[in-house]
Write a protein of this length. Structure first.
Length: 287
């Protein structure tokens, strides 16, 4: 091989080496840019998650706390702690208390919806007597609404494993929904029992019932149907989500013009491995 050929080969090899080196450098820079981008995206994701985690707690503090203070002050007035009330003043105080309760319920529904949608709930499971929960719910809502709410007679405890606060919220939503649709002069009926291993709460209203379209959209967000009373339209959607978290269901039996019955079903609590009997359960419930 002549010197000219050797020189040409050397130039070609050197050029190839330079091209490879440049290619490697470009690839390395591109890799570094991708890594930096991935780090930035991961940081943004962490910041977004932190913001979403913070949002419900901020909402809870900024909205629910002042409402609770308003309700507490109204209750002190109703008890005539500052002094006697006139009939008109007592009517005003009752209005304040009722609307504060409804606003607190709306705030709790919106808070629950945010946490459920972000998968932030960790169930605080314990033994829950659905009959007692229904009784507490009815007593609470009787103070807020004029519509008569009747709870079927006492019976043995109906026990489930669940989050007491969430299950109570679910029942409040179902009964409140019935009150909104009951119509003038109607009564809402609540019954608690168990059947074939399932705890059942049945809530019936004597209202106008629902059309097929209203029934189909009942569990969609912001669905308020033909109710004459206002609401957020989140209650039944949240109730369904709460029941799903507890492996339960919400069933609806409705006929347009003949009222609606909503059934809340949950798996009954299995007997304790310790072998506790019903008498012990009833005694603990009374305590």
């Amino acid at each position: 091989m002549t010197s000219s050929a050797l020189l040409t080969a050397a130039v070609v090899v050197t050029a190839a080496a330079l091209l490879v080196a440049v290619g490697c450098a470009l690839a390395w820079r591109r890799e570094r840019a991708l890594v930096a981008l991935a780090h930035r995206e991961a940081q943004e994701a962490r910041e977004l998650l932190a913001a979403r985690l913070e949002r419900p707690s901020v909402f809870s503090h900024e909205v629910r706390t002042p409402l609770a203070l308003v309700k507490g002050a109204a209750e002190l007035l109703a008890e005539e702690t500052p002094g006697p009330l006139t009939d008109m003043q007592r009517e005003f105080v009752t209005t304040i208390t009722s609307n504060a309760d409804q606003a607190i319920g709306m705030a709790e529904n919106m808070l629950t919806e945010a946490r459920l949608s972000d998968r932030l709930f960790r169930l605080d499971l314990s033994r829950v007597d659905l009959r007692q929960t229904a009784q507490d719910t009815v007593q609470q809502l009787r103070r807020i609404h004029d519509t008569p709410i009747r709870l079927a007679g006492a019976g043995r405890p109906v026990l489930v494993d669940g989050d007491p606060g969430l299950l109570r919220q679910a029942l409040v939503n179902v009964v409140t929904n019935a009150v909104r649709h009951a119509g003038p002069g109607a009564t809402v009926h609540v019954e608690v029992g168990d059947h074939e291993g399932q705890a059942v709460v049945a809530v019936h209203d004597d209202g106008a019932g629902m059309t097929e379209e209203e029934r189909a959209s009942m569990f969609e967000p912001f669905a308020v149907g033909a109710s004459p009373r206002s609401g957020t339209g989140l209650g039944m959607m949240i109730t369904e989500s709460i029941l799903e978290e507890h492996h339960g269901r919400v069933l609806v039996d409705t006929v347009s013009g003949h009222g609606t019955t909503v059934f809340v079903t949950l798996p009954c609590r299995r007997p304790d491995a310790r072998g506790g009997n019903d008498a012990e359960v009833r005694e603990e419930t009374r305590r």
